[in-house]
Design a protein around this ligand. Structure first.
Ligand SMILES: *Cc1c(COP(=O)(O)O)cnc(C)c1O
Length: 479
C-alpha cells in the first residue's frame, strides 16, 4: 500500500469512547483505576497511528481495517493497563542461590516476624505507651531488653541500618577527634558505604595504622595521642586478606583501650547470634563473644545473618549508649513500628537455640541439608520437564551457593540447581523474559548457562516457578 493509503486507513482507528464500551475493557475498569485504563487506550491508539504512518502495519482489505484495529487496540490496551497497574516493587522468586541478596531485599523474615508486622500495620499498638503505668514508654524498650539478654551487653540501641549505627557511634564518641583504624580494614560495602567516608561524615578524623596485610597492637599504640577518642575494629565483611597476614584481635584492642582509657568499637557488619561454625562455616566471632571480649560498642545489621528486618543494632556499655541516645541524630535514624515489631519477633526466636535454625529462614537456607537440596533439584527438574520438556532441556546439576550480604565471602556452600537450556531462544532472552513475569524469576547466568539454585527457592514456590518458566518458554509471558 502507498503512503496515501496508510494515511487513509487512519480514519478506521477506533475512538477512545468506542474502545471503552467494549466488554473486555469495561470489565477491566472494575479492577484497574479508570484513569490508567484510559491512559493505556490512548497510548495504544497513538502507537497504532505511528505504526500505520510508518507503514509498519499491514492491512490486506480496507473493509476489515476497523475490526482489525479494534482487536489490536483491545489486546494491547489490556496488556498495557495491567502493566500500569502493577506495583513497581514486585515479588521475586530467588533462584540465584545467594541467601542474603541485597538487590532482592536481603533477609526473608520468619513467620512470627511477618505476623508481627501485620499486627503493627493493622491497628494501633503500645509503641510508645507503657501499659503498666499509662505513661509514655520507649519504642526501643522491648528490643533493648532482648538484645541485652541475648548478647550479654549492658545496653542496646536500634537504628535504621548498620551504616547509620556506625555513623551515630562515630559522631557521638569521636566528633572532632581521632579514630584509629587498621589499613587492612578500610572497607567499602556495596552501596557507597566506605569507612573513610563515613568517618568524614561523622566529623571524626581517621588515623590509619599498620599495613594492608599486617597490623599489630603496637601500631595502634604508637598512634595514640591526646586527640584519640576511639579504637575501631571493622569486620572485613566482603573480602579476605590471605597469606602473610596479621590482624589485631578485639581482645588485644580492649587491653590497649583499658590501658589508655579509650573505648573500643567493633563494627561486625553481619553480626550473628549463633555460631555458624557448628554447621561447617568459617569461624567468625558471634556478637556475644565480641561483647564478652570487652568491646565497648558493637554494631551489626538486622537483615544480614541475624535474618530480621533492615536495622542497625548497637550493643555495649551503658555509658556510651546513653550518650548516643541523646544525640539528635538518633531521632533522625529512628526505626519505625514495623521494624520494632519484626525485630522483636526475630530476636525472640533466638531465645530457644534448638528451634532457631529452622525458624529463621536465613539460617534454615544457609544450613539446608545437601541431600534435601539434591532431592528438591531433581523433583523441580522432573516437574519442569513434564511442563515444558519439549521446549527446553532441564538438568539437575551440582553448584555452589553464596551467603551474600557481604557475609562469609569465602564460605563454600555446595548446592544443587536445575540447569535450563531453552530450544528456541538464548539464555539471555530467557533470563530477560523471566524478569518480566509475575512473580519475576531471578536465576544465575554462569558459564553460558542459566542455573536455578534451589537453596533460595522458598517452600511452596516450586509450583509457581514451574508455571512461570513453562509459560515463558511457551511464549506467553504472564503479566
Ligand atoms: C553491611 C555492613 C555495613 C552496613 O550495614 P547496613 O545494614 O547495610 O547499613 C557496615 N559495616 C560493615 C562491616 C558491613 O558489613
Amino acid at each position: 500500500m502507498s503512503v496515501n493509503n496508510h494515511t487513509r486507513l487512519l480514519k478506521h482507528i477506533p475512538a477512545v469512547d468506542e474502545v471503552l464500551k467494549k466488554p473486555d475493557i469495561a470489565g477491566l475498569t472494575r479492577s484497574i483505576p479508570r484513569v490508567l485504563v484510559l491512559k493505556a487506550i490512548r497510548d495504544t491508539i497513538s502507537q497504532l497511528r505511528e505504526e500505520l504512518v510508518a507503514g509498519r502495519l499491514q492491512v490486506d482489505k480496507e473493509q476489515q481495517a476497523r475490526d482489525f484495529f479494534m482487536a489490536i487496540v483491545i489486546k494491547r490496551a489490556i496488556h498495557e493497563a495491567n502493566l500500569l497497574n502493577r506495583s513497581n516493587l514486585r515479588r521475586v522468586l530467588n533462584v540465584t542461590g545467594v541467601v542474603l541478596h541485597t538487590n532482592l531485599g536481603r533477609a526473608v523474615l520468619g513467620e512470627n516476624a511477618r505476623q508481627a508486622i501485620n499486627h503493627a500495620a493493622s491497628g494501633y499498638s503500645n509503641l510508645e505507651l507503657d501499659l503498666a503505668t499509662g505513661k509514655r514508654g520507649s519504642r526501643y524498650a522491648p528490643v533493648e531488653q532482648l538484645l541485652a539478654r541475648l548478647t550479654g551487653a549492658e545496653a542496646a540501641l536500634v537504628v535504621n541500618n548498620n551504616a547509620a549505627a556506625v555513623l551515630l557511634a562515630l559522631g557521638t564518641l569521636a566528633r572532632g577527634k581521632e579514630v584509629i583504624v587498621s589499613r587492612g580494614q578500610l572497607v567499602e560495602i556495596g552501596g557507597s558505604f566506605r569507612i573513610p567516608e563515613v568517618m568524614a561524615q561523622s566529623g571524626a578524623r581517621l588515623v590509619e595504622v599498620g599495613a594492608t596485610n599486617k597490623t599489630y597492637a603496637s601500631d595502634y599504640q604508637k598512634a595514640i595521642t591526646a586527640e584519640t577518642a576511639l579504637l575501631l575494629h571493622v569486620h572485613t565483611s566482603n573480602y579476605r586478606i590471605v597469606g602473610f597476614t596479621r590482624e589485631t584481635s578485639i581482645a588485644e584492642l580492649v587491653e590497649l583501650g583499658r590501658a589508655y582509657k579509650l573505648p573500643v568499637m567493633s563494627d561486625l557488619g553481619s553480626g550473628s547470634l549463633v555460631d555458624l561454625a557448628e554447621h561447617g562455616f568459617p569461624v567468625e566471632p558471634t556478637v556475644q563473644q565480641v561483647v564478652k571480649e570487652g568491646a565497648d560498642v558493637v554494631t551489626f545489621s538486622g537483615d544480614k545473618l541475624l535474618g530480621g528486618p533492615q536495622a542497625g543494632i548497637i550493643v555495649g556499655k551503658k555509658e556510651y549508649l546513653d550518650c548516643m541516645k541523646k544525640n539528635p541524630l538518633t531521632r533522625a535514624v529512628r526505626i519505625d513500628k514495623f521494624t520494632v515489631s519484626a525485630l522483636e519477633a526475630t530476636l525472640r526466636e533466638y531465645i530457644d537455640p534448638n528451634t532457631v535454625w529452622e525458624r529463621i529462614p536465613t539460617l534454615a537456607m544457609l544450613t539446608a541439608d545437601i541431600n534435601i537440596l539434591q532431592q528438591k533439584a531433581h523433583s523441580l527438574c522432573a516437574e519442569l520437564t513434564a511442563a515444558a520438556g519439549d521446549l527446553a532441556l532441564f538438568t539437575p546439576v551440582q553448584t555452589s551457593s553464596a551467603v551474600g550480604g557481604g557475609a562469609l565471602p569465602t564460605a563454600d556452600l555446595p548446592s544443587w540447581a536445575v540447569e535450563v537450556i531453552p530450544r528456541d531462544m538464548t539464555i539471555f532472552d530467557l533470563a530477560g523474559k523471566l524478569r518480566e513475569t509475575e512473580p519475576a524469576v531471578i536465576g544465575r547466568l554462569q558459564d553460558g548457562k542459566l542455573l536455578m539454585d534451589v537453596r533460595t527457592l522458598l517452600p511452596g514456590d516450586e509450583k509457581t516457578l514451574v508455571e512461570v518458566v513453562a509459560g515463558v518458554l511457551k511464549g506467553g509471558a504472564r503479566v
